[in-house]
Design a binder for this molecule. Structure first.
Ligand code: ADP
Ligand code: CP
Length: 312
C-alpha cells in the first residue's frame, strides 16, 4: 500500500463549472482505481484560472455597484477551494457509489504559512486568470498600472501575482486525522491560502497565490507519501518543447531533471514548478517517486504506461 498525493492542474480543469465537473467526473474512476488497488490518496488541485476569474468577477462587479465589494486574493483562493472541492467531492462520491466502496471524502480549507519576507512578494511570477492577446494585456496594464501581465509559456498573456514558497501546512494534523479514518482528503487547493503569523501569533492572509505543485510536494512530505502525481494538460514533460525536435521524456533522474531546469527547458510558471516540485519531493526522502502526466491519461500513468517518471 502506498500513500499518493495527486495534484490536479487548474488549467486542466476547463473554463467554466460545467467543463470542470465533466473533467473531474472523467478523472474520478482513475483516482478511485488507486484506492481499489489498496492505495491511500490525497488530492490537491490548482486554481490559476479559477482564482483569477473569481477576483476579476468581484472587481468588475464592484465597479458597477456599491453593493458588491472587491475580494482580496486569500479570500478568492478560499472560494476556489470550496468551488473545486465541491466538484471533486461530487465526482468522487458518484464514483464511490458506482463501485460500491464505503469511503468518505472531505475537503479541508487549507491555510499554508509563507515567509512574509519571501523575495517573491516583490516579483509577481504566478500566472492567474484568463489568457489575453498582447494588445489587450497592454491596454489593461495602461488602465491598471499596478497590475502586472506577462507571457505564459507562449500560450498568451496573463496577470502575474506574487507566489511565495510554502513553509508549513496549518491544517496538517486535521488532514492526517481524516486519512486515519478512511477519508479521501482534498487539501492545499490552489497551493493553500497564503498566511503569515502576526505579532500575536495569529494567521493573516496575504495577497499572493502559492504554486500548487510546490505546496503539493510539501503536502506529500508532510503526510509521508511515497508518490507524487502531478496531472496537467500534456501527456509528458518534453525537452525542446514546441520546437521541431521536441522530445517527450518517459523518465528522468533528479540529476537529469536539474540539468534540464538549468538549461531553461521548462516554461517558468508552468512546467518548471512541476519539475522543481518533483525534484524536491524525490530528494526529500527514501524511495520516493514523482510522475508528471495528463489528467486525460491518468489511468495509463497510474500503470506506468504514460507520463514522465522522476526518480532518484
Ligand atoms: N518542457 C515542457 N514540456 C511540456 N509542457 C510544457 C513545457 N514547458 C511548458 N509547458 C507547458 O506547461 C503546461 C503545464 O503547466 P500549467 O498549464 O501551468 O499547468 P496546470 O495544469 O498545473 O495548470 C503544459 O500544458 C504546457 O503548455
Ligand atoms: N495555484 C496554482 O498553482 O494553480 P495552477 O496549477 O492552476 O497554476
Amino acid at each position: 500500500m502506498s500513500r499518493i498525493v495527486i495534484a490536479l492542474g487548474g488549467n486542466a480543469l476547463g473554463n467554466n463549472a460545467q467543463e470542470q465537473q465533466r473533467m473531474i467526473d472523467d478523472a474520478a474512476p482513475s483516482l478511485i482505481g488507486l484506492i481499489k488497488q489498496g492505495h491511500e490518496i490525497i488530492v490537491s488541485h490548482g486554481n490559476g484560472p479559477q482564482v483569477g476569474m473569481i477576483n476579476l468577477a468581484f472587481d468588475s462587479a464592484s465597479q458597477k455597484t456599491d453593493k458588491i465589494a472587491k475580494m482580496e486574493l486569500p479570500e478568492c483562493t478560499a472560494m476556489s477551494q470550496g468551488y473545486i472541492g465541491y466538484h471533486l467531492q461530487k465526482g468522487i462520491l458518484k464514483e464511490l457509489k458506482r463501485v460500491g466502496m464505503p469511503w468518505h471524502v472531505a475537503t479541508v480549507v487549507t491555510q499554508v504559512e509563507v515567509d512574509g519576507n519571501d523575495p517573491a512578494f516583490a516579483h509577481p511570477s504566478k500566472p492567474i486568470g484568463a489568457f489575453y492577446d498582447a494588445e489587450t494585456a497592454e491596454e489593461m496594464m495602461r488602465q491598471h498600472p499596478e497590475t502586472v501581465f506577462a507571457q505564459d509559456s507562449g500560450r498568451g498573456w496573463r496577470r502575474m501575482v506574487p507566489s511565495p514558497k510554502p513553509v508549513s501546512i496549518v491544517e496538517r494534523d486535521s488532514i492526517l486525522n481524516l486519512l486515519d479514518h478512511e477519508f479521501i482528503v482534498i487539501a492545499c487547493g490552489g497551493g493553500g491560502i497564503p498566511v503569515i503569523k502576526d505579532a500575536d501569533g495569529n494567521y493573516q492572509g496575504v495577497s499572493a497565490v502559492i504554486d500548487k505543485d510546490s505546496a503539493s510536494a510539501e503536502l506529500a512530505d508532510a503526510v509521508g507519501a511515497q508518490y507524487l502525481f502531478i496531472l496537467t494538460a500534456v501527456d509528458k514533460v518534453a525537452v525542446n518543447w514546441g520546437k521541431p525536435d521536441q522530445k517527450n521524456l518517459d523518465e528522468m533522474t533528479v540529476e537529469q531533471a536539474q540539468k534540464y531546469c538549468e538549461e531553461g527547458q521548462f516554461g517558468a510558471g508552468s512546467m518548471l514548478p512541476k519539475v522543481q516540485a518533483a525534484i524536491q519531493f524525490v530528494k526529500s526522502g527514501e524511495n520516493r517517486r514523482a510522475v508528471i502526466a495528463s489528467l486525460e491519461k491518468a489511468p495509463l500513468a497510474m500503470r506506468g504506461l504514460s507520463g514522465t517518471l522522476i526518480h532518484a
